[in-house]
Design a protein around this ligand. Structure first.
Ligand code: SF4
Length: 304
């Protein structure tokens, strides 16, 4: 984990306004030219600068996949964890230091397939973090197999005759499982995406931002043109995000109209707010361990 390595801004000054560039990692993304993930990376960098956050106040946590390489390209604390396990690790991080801004980043296969169980439980627990899912409806890193969000009938390397499975609907799944902030963005509409990411980070509790982030190399069905023709913003239709039923109905739509925007939001205490151990005394990570250095070294050695 590392943070603050490339900002060039003295820690503690607090007066220098950071820009999106200050959140640029040392390593350039290795994504294919045109991949939707570039837009998501730029948006989170812009949002962190806009919100006055500093790299040491933010952590990005991912699983495995093209989009899960995200923490390596972002200047903040970062953890590149196991396939589908980002949300489990992030829950631990958030509870250990509830003052950090925790952002999970990954793809549809990692989050809704391999990590589907964690997706259910993080929603019902209302863990205070933002989950950016770069949903390209395919497994890109492994060169184009059917994913949990691939459309019914989609031909891929693993489904040469067309997928016979019903896709997962991340919007209604999140709402049904108790998520308190559920939004969808499109990488081809960066300003709108930025606004939704910012609202997600500002929300106290679990915030899902499912993002159509086209895989230009392996998914030729759901490309930028497909979404540009269909995507409509909920805000332009006067949608009320406190209306649970309308949120579910609009989340189910998939056809000539596909909605982006904030589907559902409700206020409810987050897990760290409910945990009695965190009521006073600050983040666990800053509290004294209550054991000697020799004891902690011995424990760490045994665990490594
Ligand atoms: Fe992006 Fe697809 Fe290339 Fe992966 S394979 S980097 S998802 S365009």
């Amino acid at each position: 984990m590392s943070a603050g390595a490339t900002t060039g801004v003295a820690e503690g000054q607090g007066l220098v306004k950071l820009t999106a560039k200050d959140f640029k990692g040392k390593v350039d993304p290795d994504w294919c030219p045109g991949c939707g993930d570039f837009g998501v990376l730029r948006s989170l960098q812009a949002v962190c600068a806009e919100m006055g956050l500093r790299p040491h106040e933010v952590i990005t946590i991912s699983g495995i996949g093209c989009s899960s390489n995200f923490p390596g390209f972002f200047n903040a604390y970062g953890m590149h964890t196991l396939h589908g396990r980002a949300l489990a690790v992030a829950t631990g991080v958030q509870m250990a230091n509830h003052e950090l801004t925790v952002v999970c980043t990954g793809g549809d296969g990692d989050g809704y397939g391999i990590g589907g169980n964690h997706f259910v439980h993080i929603a019902r627990r209302n863990v205070n973090l933002t989950y950016l899912v770069m949903n390209n409806q395919i497994y890109g890193l492994t060169t184009g197999q059917v994913s949990p969000t691939s459309c019914d009938g989609m031909k891929t390397k693993s489904t040469p005759y067309g997928s016979v499975e019903m896709p997962v609907n991340p919007i209604t799944s999140a709402i049904m499982n108790g998520a308190t902030f559920v939004a969808r963005a499109f990488s081809g509409d960066p300003k709108h995406m930025q606004s939704l990411i910012r609202q997600g980070i500002e929300h106290k509790g679990f915030a899902l931002v499912d993002i159509f982030s086209p895989c230009v190399t392996f998914n030729h069905d759901n490309d930028y043109g497909f979404f540009k023709e269909r995507v409509k913003r909920l805000e332009d239709e006067g949608h009320d995000p406190s209306d649970w039923k309308a949120a579910c109905e609009k989340g189910l739509l998939w056809g000539d109209t596909i909605y982006t925007g904030l589907f559902f939001r409700k206020l409810a205490p987050s897990l760290d707010q409910l945990e009695p151990v965190l009521e006073s005394g600050g983040p666990m990570a800053h509290r004294p361990l209550g054991i000697t250095k020799e004891q902690s070294d011995r424990i760490l050695k045994r665990m490594m």
